[in-house]
Design a protein around this ligand. Structure first.
Ligand code: MOS
Length: 717
């Protein structure tokens, strides 16, 4: 049981009144400020850095370059000023430390970086033909094969290329770090999605035991994947600068730097071939993806994996290939892989449905996957059919005319489109403590982070529910390596990972409190059988008697309990969250403008701890998908490697005026095989939606748009 149900975030009032303290809001007594100096070329070497003018500027304390930076024990990379190589335009090659932020930034602009440029390949199409197979795609094998797709019968076939562009993480809160050295001990307050991994990596860099490093990240103003591995090198640079000057140093990235220094969703070229019988039963799918990676790192989104599992099909082959280019390293961005991958798969299915003259919903239902055909395992639970039913009913899909271009509202053409969605359940080991102090206040402690999604609230609700106290009596302590180790924030896995640990710790505490009550002669429950007692609403109750927990602990002292949970390394079932998304668009035939008018979606995401937060997460994911369909694209100047639209006026994101009516239904999805029953909701909202919109645009106009974002000029009639 979860206390509070659809309760608002416990930090909601603090956030909306501005009282909440983010790491970058901290008072920084004695701290200096850093600013980064970016390389002026996309490929080559730094020959010399002329910092004389910068050093003479007001407030400047130091300028550190690869020539003066201390050697690191690990992460010896050009990114951490260990080497003069330049791998992308804007790569930090020096850091200025000054008394104020303004002084540091002014001086950084005055540093002259003299380079020896080498030929740069800055876009994927310049590197065509040089694709190679990466070690993995996300967490899974880069290639898959079942059956024999080339020999499968193909009475009807769709073979198309779909593309998605580079997307950028733009959390509201810019990345920030302040580093303090105390002898050989290091304390870092930072915007990080991963306090424990970053503690380990910082310890590795500086050759320290992990217990000499503390990383704190208590509140995050968003992340989307941009406060993880791509941001880490600049944290290291700040920590090095603090050691170099012997004082605490803070670094906050500018909004402009966020266009290059916190990673990017890799663009994709996806070749889809789907074959089916005339009745619409899929016979073969091949899904081949090419995407860029940097020259200094390797990362591939699991783009084609959605084609491995979402539909029943005997013959399926998927591949992921990378090309190396001189750009910042791509990294996970919300719904990494499944987001862009589902655009291709679900668009191709729509093309197939049209070719066969089968309703797009009916085509999907005919290819229901009764088990995970990629692994051969049964699903731990599977409610995709119910997702389609509730969303179709809410949307009114039955009334959809098959004829393209037959719906209108005034001069606008209307269209309806759908897509299926799935996202794997990822979990990791998690530890948690639930404690009650002598005043009766309950604290749940877990060193995971809250990206703004409501993790702190969920932790408090879990502890309150399993212990039997009102939510208002529970505080959550998170985001600190001084706490029991929790998961990093990503892959929609935090809640699924922490739930069993927090509930186990709270249940143990409940049992211990009951044992105390029956053993304490001062308690009205003294002498009763523990099995007959319960804790509810903050009171131990049974045998017609009861006592407030606060009174019990005031007499007998505080108590704490810890627990750990880890996923089964060899589960007998396959766990995914599923969803179905329906969109209506209106297309202006004279202006080419597309408006998403309404979205109805159904999701089966396991146990729902807080429907308010879950809906909010799912809608947030859908909003990102609307941006993917209609707005977001980072444009790179091929000659220089510069992001041409590196500001939030020209890098368009979906805004309030772009929002449709959302009708999000949560389908009952009791999962008997998952400990804790939670599947996670952070990613799946961004899966499918872009295809549903593109499919709706086709239904409205007959224009099949296979390259995102959908542009006005593609729709002028
Ligand atoms: Mo993420 S893309 O913050 O797992």
């Amino acid at each position: 049981m979860t206390a509070g149900g659809a309760t608002p975030r416990i930090d909601a009032v603090a956030k909306v009144t501005g009282a909440a303290r983010f790491e970058g809001d901290a008072e920084l007594p004695g701290a200096l400020h850093a600013a980064l100096v970016g390389a002026p070329i996309a490929s080559g070497r730094v020959v010399r850095i002329d910092d004389a003018a910068a050093r003479a500027m007001p407030g400047v304390i130091a300028v550190m370059t690869h020539a003066s930076a201390p050697p690191l024990a690990r992460w010896r990379s050009p990114l951490t000023l260990q080497d003069p190589a330049v791998c992308f335009l804007g790569q930090p090659v020096a850091v200025v430390v000054a008394r104020t932020v303004a002084q540091a930034r002014r001086a950084a602009a005055a540093v002259e970086v003299i380079c020896d440029p080498a030929p740069a390949i800055t876009t994927m199409h310049q590197a065509q033909g040089r694709a190679y197979a990466p070690a993995t795609a996300g967490h899974v094998a880069a290639d898959s094969r079942r059956g024999d797709p080339e020999r499968a019968p193909r009475p009807c076939e769709i073979a198309r290329r779909y593309t998605t562009p580079t997307h950028l993480h733009h959390p509201m809160e810019p990345p920030f770090v302040v580093a303090r050295w105390d002898g050989d001990a290091l304390v870092v307050h930072a915007t990080t999605q991963a306090v424990f991994s970053h503690r380990q990596q910082l310890a590795d860099c500086f050759g320290l035991p992990v217990d000499r490093v503390r990383v704190v990240s208590r509140l995050l103003g968003g992340g989307f994947g941009g406060k993880g591995r791509a941001w880490f090198p600049w944290m290291v640079v700040c920590v090095m600068a603090a050691r170099h000057v012997g004082q605490p140093v803070a670094l906050e990235l500018t909004r402009g730097e966020m266009f290059t220094l916190i990673g990017r969703r890799q663009e994709t070229i996806q070749d889809l071939r789907i074959a089916a019988t005339r009745r619409g039963e899929l016979t073969a799918i091949t899904h081949d993806t090419v995407a860029p990676t940097s020259v200094y790192g390797e990362y591939a989104d699991p783009t084609a994996t959605v084609s491995r599992v979402l539909y029943a099909c005997p013959h399926v082959a998927t591949t992921h290939r990378l090309v190396r280019i001189h750009t910042p390293q791509p990294n996970p961005m919300r719904a990494p892989g499944e987001g862009p991958g589902s655009f291709a798969l679900e668009s191709a299915l729509d093309e197939l449905a049209h070719e066969l003259g089968i309703d797009p919903l009916e085509l999907r239902l005919r290819n229901h996957a009764g088990h995970d055909q990629h692994t051969g395992l049964p699903w731990s639970s599977y409610q995709l059919g119910a997702c389609y039913r509730v969303a179709a009913d809410a949307f009114g899909w039955q009334a959809r005319p098959a004829q393209i271009g037959s719906l209108s509202d005034g001069r606008r053409r209307l269209g309806w489109g759908i897509a299926g969605a799935c996202y794997p359940v990822y979990r990791m080991a998690s530890h948690a403590e639930v404690a009650i102090d002598p005043t009766g206040r309950v604290v749940v402690r877990c060193g995971t982070q809250d990206m703004g999604t409501g993790t702190a609230t969920i932790l408090a609700q879990l502890a309150a529910g399993a212990l039997g106290v009102p939510l208002g009596q529970v505080a959550a302590e998170i985001g600190d390596t001084g706490l029991p180790e929790g998961p990093y924030s990503g892959g929609a896995h935090v809640t699924a990972s922490v739930t069993p640990a927090v509930e186990a710790a709270a249940r143990t505490l409940r049992r211990q409190l009951i044992e105390r009550a029956v053993a304490d002669p001062g308690s009205p429950l003294f002498g009763l059988a523990g099995a007959d007692l319960a804790i509810a609403d903050g009171r131990v109750t049974g045998g017609g008697r009861s006592e407030p927990l606060a009174a019990l602990v005031a007499r007998t002292g505080g108590l704490a309990s810890t627990a750990s949970a880890a996923p089964d390394p060899t589960p007998g079932t396959s766990s995914y969250a599923f969803g179905a998304v329906f969109a209506e668009v209106a297309v202006d035939p004279e202006l080419g403008e597309v408006r998403v008018r309404r979205v109805a979606a159904g999701y089966a995401c396991g146990r729902i701890l807080n429907p308010l937060l879950v809906r909010s997460q799912l809608i947030g994911g859908l909003v990102l998908g609307i941006g993917m369909a209609l707005h977001e694209v980072a444009v790179t100047d091929e000659r220089t490697g510069r992001v041409v639209n590196a500001n939030l006026a020209d890098y368009a994101i979906a805004g309030h005026a772009d929002m449709p009516r959302f009708d999000v239904a949560l389908v009952d999805d009791d999962d008997p095989h998952l400990a804790g029953g939670v599947k996670g909701v952070g990613m799946i909202g961004t899966v499918g939606i872009a295809a549903a919109i593109a499919n709706a645009v086709f239904h409205a106009t007959g224009r099949r748009l296979r390259d995102l974002p959908i542009r006005l000029e593609s729709l002028l009639m």
